[in-house]
Write a protein that binds this ligand. Structure first.
Ligand code: SF4
Length: 169
């Protein structure tokens, strides 16, 4: 999935944030914000669901990074991603992150706005890996790879800071 891009900073955006029903539970998590509507009208947004891009179905089993680890640990081979049903889906999550980075590079995205809490898109908080419902500080696999490669990643609740940076910068 990708949008047309125009002049100005281009922003990679989580598809579920743009209203696409691509989450593990078959739902979207749309964000309504004037800056997002304006960027969309300006053709600056590039939309992707990293997990769907790696072939994961909708709906799908919820997944978490095991052992309280973070996305950087998965990229380094120190941690794995498991479905709640027990399946090891680490390779899919690594591919999802690679797809997000490839699209960001191909479309010239300098920034990303991603849904927090996800084992792919989370950039400030993720679940603790025990399917306990508890979150902890950390980032998902895609967010970690984007950051490592110089993309400025913001969580959905940081959209005002993103707007301040790209509209004034
Ligand atoms: Fe949304 Fe990202 Fe999860 Fe896809 S991988 S459903 S875009 S949070």
């Amino acid at each position: 999935m990708s949008g047309t891009v125009g002049a100005g900073a281009r922003i990679l955006v989580s598809a579920c944030l743009m209203g696409h029903a691509v989450r593990y539970d078959g739902r979207a998590k749309p964000l309504r914000h004037p800056a997002l509507e304006r960027w969309q009208a300006e053709g600056r947004l590039v939309t992707i669901c990293p997990e769907m891009s790696a072939g994961m179905p909708v709906p799908r089993a919820p997944a978490e990074i095991a052992g309280g680890a973070s996305g950087a640990d998965v990229l380094a081979g120190r941690a794995r991603v498991f479905e709640a049903t027990g399946g090891d889906i680490t390779d899919g999550f690594r591919q999802a992150a690679e797809n997000a980075l490839a699209l960001a590079r191909a479309t010239g995205c300098t920034h990303a706005l991603l849904i927090d809490g996800s084992p792919s898109c989370g950039s400030r908080r993720i679940y603790d890996g025990a399917f306990s419902g508890r979150q902890q500080d950390g980032e998902g696999v895609a967010a970690a790879l984007l950051r490592r490669n110089g993309i400025r990643v913001f969580a959905d609740h940081e959209i005002d800071a993103l707007a301040a940076e790209i509209d004034n910068g």
